[in-house]
Write a protein that binds this ligand. Structure first.
Ligand SMILES: Nc1ncnc2c1ncn2[C@@H]1O[C@H](COP(=O)(O)OP(=O)(O)OP(=O)(O)O)[C@@H](O)[C@H]1O
Ligand SMILES: [Mg+2]
Length: 349
């Protein structure tokens, strides 16, 4: 079995490292650990590890700070340049048969050399057309996986599962929310450099999309317009004040920069609508650092005309007394992916 020390969910974001560890109890999940650590923005760029040595140091620091005792980790990869997730239609066949032929079937859908990717799939079930079935195909670049796994190893942890952000969000949703038949919910995670979207129809994923946009555009705008450092801009985003800057100015720069993100969310929702399914999304569950930016969720809701709820990844997770509940609630939205990773176990699907 996987040691008594458990398995830690590690979300290696380009601006924050997040760790979550859960204990399965008879009635559900109990929190063992939740911690975050900001990292320098030049360590991971466009989903690729640029500085493995410094990233390893930061991971080690998180392990120390969070007192992570686990030896096994579940990590995730995201981004349109290293992950391909596609819903495809194939002739009906068994799981075993598809395992045999997946490489051949996937070839036409994956824009990279098929030898360079790890393939995975999930059979969703039969389609309306007889003899056909729906399958979710996942392809992740091997070299990207290897880079992440080796950094995690250098930090003293053994990677037991490599997931993708969009599916981690789905698992986070699964343990915290009631699934309503006939409802389409968009899980939207907006971090520093990437936006992940996963649209669920009655709790089942029907559309996923990653875009290269995130809260870095806020940081860039603040830095450029106010002539301040990256660290200062990050502090302003967290709601802190700087003596030399007027709060109204910060608000207006953040609102202006946010428009670019709102447009991308709209584009992705439109793309979903225009793809075969033609369905409306009734609710957005927003996670990631952008959900923490003041007024961002309400402005987004106004822009897209859909209710936006800030994700509550710990809603159904019991928090033992040692945790500062208000601190956890405050940071909760950026823990969404890590919670989804923390519930994965080897061989669980
Ligand atoms: N109160 C806050 N605390 C932490 N981050 C915040 C806060 N407000 C805004 N942010 C911003 O949110 C981003 C961090 O969010 P998150 O951890 O979801 O991103 P990430 O996973 O590191 O990035 P990505 O997945 O895009 O690589 C940073 O850009 C940070 O400045
Ligand atoms: Mg992230």
């Amino acid at each position: 079995m996987f040691g008594a020390k458990g398995i830690v969910g590690l979300d290696i974001g380009s601006s924050y490292l997040k760790a979550v560890q859960l204990r399965e109890t008879r009635s559900g999940y109990e929190l063992e650990l939740f911690d975050t650590l900001p990292i320098s923005p030049e360590l991971i760029v466009e989903g690729s590890i640029i500085d493995a040595i410094r990233l390893t140091e930061s991971l080690r620091e998180l392990v120390r700070k969070a007192k992570i005792k686990a030896k096994d980790a579940v990590i995730s990869i995201s981004g349109h340049s290293s992950v391909i997730i596609k819903r495809i239609s194939l002739p009906e066949m068994s799981e075993e048969e598809l395992s045999e032929s997946i490489k051949f079937e996937a070839e036409q859908y994956v824009p990279f050399d098929i030898e360079d990717v790890n393939l995975d799939f999930q059979i969703l079930g039969p389609k309306e057309e007889p003899g056909q079935m729906d399958v979710i195909l996942v392809a992740v670049k091997k070299d990207v996986i290897n880079d992440y796994v080796s950094v995690v190893k250098e930090a003293g942890l053994n990677t037991v599962i490599v997931d993708v952000d969009a599916f981690a969000l789905e698992n986070m949703y699964g343990i915290n929310y009631e699934i309503e038949a006939g409802k389409n919910v968009a899980l939207v995670n907006i971090g520093a450099s990437t936006m992940n979207m996963n649209i669920l129809k009655a709790g089942v994923s029907v559309f996923t999309r990653d875009s290269a946009i995130g809260s870095n555009i806020h940081t860039d705008a603040l830095q450029k317009e106010l002539n301040i450092t990256y660290e200062e801009a990050e502090r302003l985003k967290r709601g802190e004040m700087l003596e030399k800057v007027k709060p109204e100015e910060v608000t207006s720069l953040i609102v202006t920069a946010s428009n670019e993100i709102f447009s991308e969310v709209s584009r992705s929702l439109d793309y979903f609508k225009s793809s075969t399914l033609q369905a409306e999304v009734q609710e957005v569950i927003l996670s990631g650092g952008c959900a923490l930016i003041r007024d961002f969720p309400s402005l987004l809701s106004e822009k897209i005309g859909i209710p936006v709820m800030v994700a509550e990844p710990f809603k159904n997770i019991v928090l033992p007394k040692k945790f500062d509940v208000s601190l956890i609630e405050e940071m909760a939205p950026i823990g969404a992916v890590a919670v989804g990773l923390a519930i994965r176990r080897p061989g669980d699907r």
